[in-house]
Design a protein around this ligand. Structure first.
Ligand code: MEV
Length: 329
């Protein structure tokens, strides 16, 4: 569907948690991710001669994703003014940069006349990955695709064959296939350790380890199998089974070298809390956040806080990227 070529576009995109398979997915193994109920909103206006972000001239040091997005995707004469409102906490492993990138790409597309059909969503997912990849180096499209798609998805280098195909994402000679998978009503508790883990550095560290060490390569494959095993458990809302798989995934992430003492401390604390089924690092690791699956989110949140972390109770699921309704043709 062709939209209006307009003066202003607004889009929003959600944060995410990776439930299973982070790092493994970089090598084509499956990962499962779900969106959270936190969202980032981006408004883009045509405004004449200066590219700005929240009133400041756009600058690579502060706005690396946004600068890359306009460099790659804005093909018009006039400049744009970008306003962002971040509901996804940054550097917490819950997808703040992907949410920002997806919402910006969606708004830039819309401002240049794109529509909101499934094919337009696939293009947002592809372009958001291009922007993320060119900004942060090696990685997979799991964060940008889940933020675009909403709900929960499986992403893998070969069609995972566990859900309904959504789109493929390409980078040079690599492709990933994205499928929609079932998601029961789940609250998870995210615990931010406060230690900033950089995704690019962790991805590079695992790549280096995988090159040298067969145990790391085997563990990445095992993490992919855990992700695959999780899909029927998600469909059945089997929390005991999912919690056990989370514990297994956490042990694998420790083995590949992305655990951090501050995160382990939160995982240990939350596992002691009543109602916890399982807990693991989420995202790139090396600091950042963990997640716990629990029937008693407030008990888990208290355990995380008492252990020195910052807890967020998030509801999984909900829409992916959305355009402001006033933009609909
Ligand atoms: C980061 O959220 C997930 C990683 O698997 C990197 C990636 O897939 O881009 C660690």
């Amino acid at each position: 569907m062709e939209g209006l070529s307009s003066l202003r576009a607004i889009a929003s995109a959600p944060g995410k948690v990776i439930l299973f398979g982070e790092h493994a997915v970089v090598y084509g193994h499956p990962a499962i991710a779900a969106v959270t109920d936190q969202r980032t909103v981006v408004e883009v206006d045509r405004c004449g001669d200066r590219f700005t972000v929240n009133g400041f001239r756009i600058h690579e040091r502060y706005h690396s994703y946004l600068l890359k997005a306009v460099e790659e995707l804005w093909h018009e004469q006039d400049a744009v003014r970008i306003q962002t409102e971040g509901g996804v906490p940054s550097a917490s492993g819950t997808g703040s940069s992907a949410a920002l990138t997806v919402a910006t790409v969606a708004a830039l597309h819309r401002l240049q006349g794109a529509g909101t059909d499934p094919a337009d969503l696939a293009r947002v997912a592809q372009d958001a990955f291009l922007v993320e990849r060119k900004t942060q180096g090696g990685g997979s499209p799991v964060d940008t695709s889940i933020s675009t798609a909403g709900g929960a998805v499986a992403v893998a280098g070969k069609p995972p064959g566990v859900g309904q195909p959504l789109w493929d994402v390409h980078w040079e000679d690599q492709s990933w296939h994205v499928e929609r998978v079932p998601l029961p009503e789940l609250d998870v508790v995210v615990g931010n350790s406060g230690v900033k883990g950089r995704t690019d550095a962790q991805v590079a560290k695992v790549r280096n380890a995988a090159t040298k060490n067969v145990l790391v390569r085997d563990t990445l494959a095992e993490m992919g199998q855990v992700a695959r095993d999780a899909v029927p458990l998600l469909a059945a809302d089997d929390r005991v089974g999912l919690g056990a798989l989370m514990d297994k995934a956490h042990a694998c992430m420790h083995t590949i070298g992305v655990n951090h003492p501050a995160v382990q401390h939160l995982v240990d604390a939350v596992r002691e809390a009543p109602g916890t089924y399982g807990a693991k690092i989420t995202g790139a690791g090396g600091g950042g956040s963990m997640i716990a699956l629990t029937d008693k989110p407030h008990r888990a949140a208290t355990a995380i806080e008492d252990a020195g972390g910052t807890p967020y109770v998030v509801r999984l699921g909900g829409p992916g990227v959305q355009w402001d309704a006033t933009m609909a043709p």
